[in-house]
Design a protein around this ligand. Structure first.
Ligand SMILES: *[C@@H]1O[C@H](CO)[C@@H](O)[C@H](O)[C@H]1NC(C)=O
Ligand SMILES: *[C@@H]1O[C@H](CO)[C@@H](O)[C@H](O)[C@H]1NC(C)=O
Length: 219
């Protein structure tokens, strides 16, 4: 008897595998390791590989201590990406730790190259992301719980609790990139013309100038 292949199912699976190869954020690696040579002048998509590598290229102790949160927003992101762990080059993953004082805010931002998944180490946070249809998905998450911010979407976390909070974040990119919405629009260099912002936000020049001066990089 001829084997009874389900061609519809097989084609369906091939399509799923084909699509899955596009949903990974960073390209597939073509060798075991390619430790980033951050000092190299060779520019390519990622970083060129160092020849002389060791275990230390895959190691980072920068998250052993909480980050200081005595800044404007009361929150600090400590990245653990390819810039800190050169061994992450071509591996498609990275992490960060975020610490929040009571009232601390990680202001609305996007990661153009990665989905983010956070695990609450301590405290409680109100978190959310906004879709391209301007729908807000928000939730209160506490110690041990997880929330996900889809790639490229604007998101934030705020500590509305009375005690400090901290999360560990995972990213499916060696270098997720971070673009803060307010800083991108009001503190770029050179600055975005006032008329762009007054029209976009439907407010007067005075208010735009005020926000610009508040967000200007500290000298
Ligand atoms: C390779 O790295 C080790 C440890 O970082 C260093 O001691 C050694 O001199 C390096 N060798 C070369 C050829 O750069
Ligand atoms: C934050 O605290 C640290 C250590 O206490 C101090 O060195 C630093 O200057 C403070 N930063 C700000 C912006 O106050």
């Amino acid at each position: 008897m001829a084997p009874n292949y389900d061609y519809g199912m097989m084609i369906g699976m091939l399509i799923v595998i084909f699509l899955a190869s596009f949903v990974t954020a960073d390209p597939e690696l073509l060798q075991d390791v390619c430790v980033a040579d951050l000092a190299s002048d060779v520019k390519l998509n990622g970083f060129s590989c160092k020849t002389n590598i060791s275990a230390d290229d895959f190691f980072f102790a920068g998250l052993t201590k909480p980050g200081l949160t005595n800044n404007t927003f009361g929150a600090t992101v400590t990245p653990a990406s390819v810039q800190q762990i050169t061994g992450l080059n071509t591996l498609g993953v990275s992490m960060a730790c975020i610490d929040y004082a009571p009232g601390g805010l990680n202001p609305p931002h996007t990661h153009p190259r990665a989905t983010e998944i956070v695990f609450v180490l301590e405290g409680e946070l109100d978190v959310g992301f906004i879709t391209t249809e301007n729908k807000l998905f928000s939730k209160t998450i506490k110690t041990g719980e997880i929330f996900t911010f889809p790639r490229g979407l604007i998101h934030f976390q705020i500590n509305n609790g009375k005690v400090p909070a901290a999360v560990i974040a995972g990213f499916n990119s060696q270098f997720p990139g971070t673009q803060r919405v307010a800083n991108a629009l009001f503190a770029s260099s050179p600055t975005v013309e006032d008329v762009v912002l007054t029209k976009a936000f439907q407010v007067g020049t005075k208010l735009v100038e005020k926000v610009k001066s508040r967000l200007a990089p500290k000298k």
